[in-house]
Design a protein around this ligand. Structure first.
Ligand code: SF4
Length: 188
C-alpha cells in the first residue's frame, strides 16, 4: 500500500466520523471544536486539562479555544477549578452532563461495529495504527500526548503510578490518561 492510499483511507474515516457526529441527536448543540475539546478533556490528566493543553492538542489559536471553552462552560458541560499551586492557572473538568453526552455518542457506532466484525484483526489493526502514530511522533517536535503508562518518565512507587518528571504520585487511573508532557521511551 502506498502512502497516498493510507492517507485516502484515513481521510475517508475522518469524513465518515464528522458526518456521524453531525447527525447524532446528543451532539446537535455542539460545534465540532467544542466536541473535540470535550473528548480531549475526557482523556487527559491533571497536568493537561488547561486551556493551553487544549490549544496544543487541537492545534488551534488560543482565542478560538478560549471562546469554545467559554461556550462549553455556558452549556454546563465543563467547570473550572484553580490550580492548588499556581493561582493563575486553571483546570477544566467535565460535568456529569458532559460525560453523559460522550458516553451516548462515543465511539461512533459504525466504527465499533466494523471493528467488532473484524474480530482479532480489528485489535491487530488498532495496534498497527498506534505503532504508526508512534513512528510519526518519534520524528516530529510536536507533543505526543501519549498514554501515561507508555511514557519514559512513568514509574511505579508503592504499587502506584509515579511521575518521574514532576516527582509526584499519580492516581491509578492516571496511567490510562493522556498527558501533554508525555515523552516516548527512547528505543535502543
Ligand atoms: S509519567 Fe509522563 S505521561 Fe505520566 S504524568 Fe509524568 S510526564 Fe505525564
Amino acid at each position: 500500500m502506498t502512502d497516498s492510499n493510507l492517507f485516502d483511507l484515513l481521510e475517508r474515516f475522518s469524513s465518515l466520523t464528522r458526518i456521524w457526529f453531525r447527525q447524532h441527536p446528543s451532539l446537535a448543540e455542539l460545534q465540532p471544536i467544542q466536541l473535540s475539546a470535550l473528548m480531549y478533556l475526557a482523556r487527559c490528566n491533571n497536568y493537561s486539562n488547561t486551556p493551553l493543553g487544549v490549544t496544543e492538542y487541537l492545534g488551534l489559536t488560543k482565542g478560538t479555544v478560549s471562546q469554545s471553552l467559554k461556550a462549553l462552560e455556558g452549556k454546563g458541560l465543563i467547570v473550572k477549578s484553580q490550580d492548588a499551586r499556581d493561582k493563575r492557572s486553571v483546570h477544566m473538568h467535565l460535568t456529569d452532563a458532559a460525560r453523559g453526552v460522550l458516553d451516548a455518542s462515543l465511539p461512533p457506532a459504525f466504527l465499533a461495529m466494523g471493528e467488532a466484525r473484524m474480530g482479532a484483526r480489528g485489535v491487530q489493526l488498532a495496534t498497527l495504527l498506534s505503532e504508526l502514530l508512534s513512528e510519526v511522533q518519534r520524528n516530529t517536535d510536536i507533543p505526543s500526548f501519549g498514554l501515561c503508562a507508555t511514557c519514559r518518565f512513568h514509574e511505579e512507587v508503592n504499587g502506584l503510578p509515579f511521575c518521574g518528571l514532576t516527582q509526584q504520585q499519580l492516581a491509578p487511573i492516571d496511567a490510562e490518561l493522556i498527558c501533554r508532557e508525555h515523552q516516548l521511551a527512547i528505543s535502543t
